[in-house]
Design a protein around this ligand. Structure first.
Ligand code: ADP
Ligand code: ZN
Length: 448
């Protein structure tokens, strides 16, 4: 068992894609980071966005970055800055040398655009390969990429990384669950990549369609692109009999391949030869004490086309302070619980959707999908949590339904201090998104 309680099935003969870098002593890693940060600052000086910003704080180039501490002098970059810099404010190479662009999903507004040179793409693929290989995958594996292709980085990002490892890649994309089973059966898929919500959906449909677990060879899944709780991970692992590894990335930092769990499944190693992570208090923007939760800020260290320094991800996490049993020296992030802007204020109480997920996914009788709805009821806010019930619960038997509804209500109230309405729905009846799950429907009128 890992500390998170998630079973490690085949105990690791740890394998490293790039052992020297992954296990590099911290001192050497920091020397490498400084050298790369200096390069990155010179590159940033070539962009219309950074040149005036850096000059304004007395940084004219790498000669003004003498140590890693000088990073603190660089102003933060926000998603709005990237939007304001659209289309080419962050580009540091001639347009003819750009070979691809990607965009964020636009979860919190207008999507942002990132450009890649040829070398950027091969470096990105090797970071993703490092993540994949570190979970025990190998070139004999068959990898089904059940995630949206296109502008979203999860599709092509994982695709290239998996090819780099030498796995056979099935670019199935997301959706069309029945076809996904067929592909798994026909080609002996051993590894999949998907959002955790899609994996749960796949399991529900598999059960509903009577697809036998023995007809597929699945061993592992990479799940990311949206927050999910440890209970959700365990649920997917138990239902599908696989190992699930948490995958974190964002388009502003290339896409997937930024931080990933190793076989210990106990925190996500953030690759510090490619990224400098900081955790700050989102209000004061000061660093939080080591180990505490705050907002993740990342500086990318190796990208030619789009340098981004001190990017405020809005994602909430913290560092683990002890070293990992796998021997990698790159620090580990805690499971990301959501974004600072995900917080809901309901009748004056702060609630994160992740708190609700934690409660309901820990209950065995609850099914694989849920939604959160907030409406105005007179002057008050009304919170409704709609959840599917598990396959063993029958919708026409009201006694167990009432008692389950009441138990969910009470447990939620104890956790979030708000008394929610709870609605139970038949398994498979709540809407499923093909990309990132949309769980929160805030129907309150917006203040103008
Ligand atoms: P957008 O910011 O529009 O959603 P992206 O498609 O680049 O754009 O998604 C990156 C974001 O997805 C991250 O900043 C984070 O909020 C979320 N995310 C990605 N992976 C995870 C994960 N493993 N756990 C929690 N959240 C994640
Ligand atoms: Zn590890």
């Amino acid at each position: 068992m890992s500390k998170s309680g998630s079973p490690i099935k085949q105990l690791p003969q740890f394998q490293y894609w790039h052992q020297k870098i992954e296990t590099m002593p911290r001192g050497h890693l920091e020397t490498l980071q400084l050298e790369r940060l200096q390069n990155m600052v010179d590159r940033a000086m070539l962009t219309p966005f950074y040149a005036p910003k850096l000059k304004a704080v007395g940084i004219n180039g790498s000669e003004d970055i003498k140590g890693l501490d000088d990073l603190k002098r660089i102003p933060f970059t926000t998603k709005n800055d990237l939007r304001d810099g659209f289309p080419y404010g962050f580009l540091s190479i001639p347009k003819e040398d750009v070979v691809r662009l990607h965009a964020s999903s636009g979860t919190t507004g207008t999507p942002t655009t990132i450009y890649y040179s040829k070398d950027d793409l091969s470096r990105w693929a090797s970071y993703v390969a490092r993540c994949i290989y570190g979970t025990g995958c190998n070139h004999g594996d068959v990898f089904q990429n059940m995630i949206t292709y296109g502008l979203f980085t999860g599709g092509l990002g994982f695709h290239a990384g998996a090819e780099e490892v030498g796995m056979m890649v099935i670019p199935s994309g997301s959706g069309n669950t029945t076809r996904q089973f067929r592909l798994m059966q026909d080609f002996g898929t051993t590894v999949v990549h998907a959002t955790p919500s899609f994996l749960l959906h796949v399991e529900s449909i598999m059960r509903a369609e009577g697809v036998s677990r023995d007809s597929i060879k699945l061993k592992r899944a990479f799940a990311g692109a949206e927050p999910y709780s440890e209970d959700t991970r365990r649920r997917i692992e138990e239902l599908l009999h696989i190992d699930v590894y948490n995958s974190y990335g964002l388009s502003e930092m290339n896409g997937p391949g930024v931080a990933f769990e190793c076989q210990c499944k106990d925190g996500l190693h953030i690759w510090e030869d490619g990224y400098i992570p900081e955790i700050v208090n989102p209000d004061t923007l000061e660093p939080v004490p080591d180990g505490e939760i705050g907002e993740l800020v990342i500086t990318i260290l190796c990208r030619e086309a789009t340098p981004i320094l001190r990017y405020r991800t809005r994602d909430l996490t913290g560092f683990y302070t002890e070293p990992c049993a796998c021997g990698r020296t790159h620090r580990r992030l805690r499971r990301i619980t959501g974004r600072s802007d995900d917080m809901l204020i309901i009748n004056g109480v702060n609630v994160f959707p992740s708190q609700i997920e934690e409660v309901i996914m820990a209950m065995k009788e609850v099914g694989n999908n849920y939604l959160i709805e907030i409406e105005k009821d007179g002057v008050l806010d009304k919170l409704t949590v709609k959840t599917e019930v598990g396959p063993d619960i029958f919708m026409d038997d009201s006694r167990p339904l009432n008692s389950l509804r009441e138990r969910i209500r009470k447990t939620l109230q104890a956790s979030i201090t708000i008394n929610p309405r709870v609605e139970l729905h038949e398994s498979g009846s709540l809407p499923v998104s093909e990309g990132k799950a949309k769980r929160v429907y805030d129907k309150r009128p917006k203040d103008v």
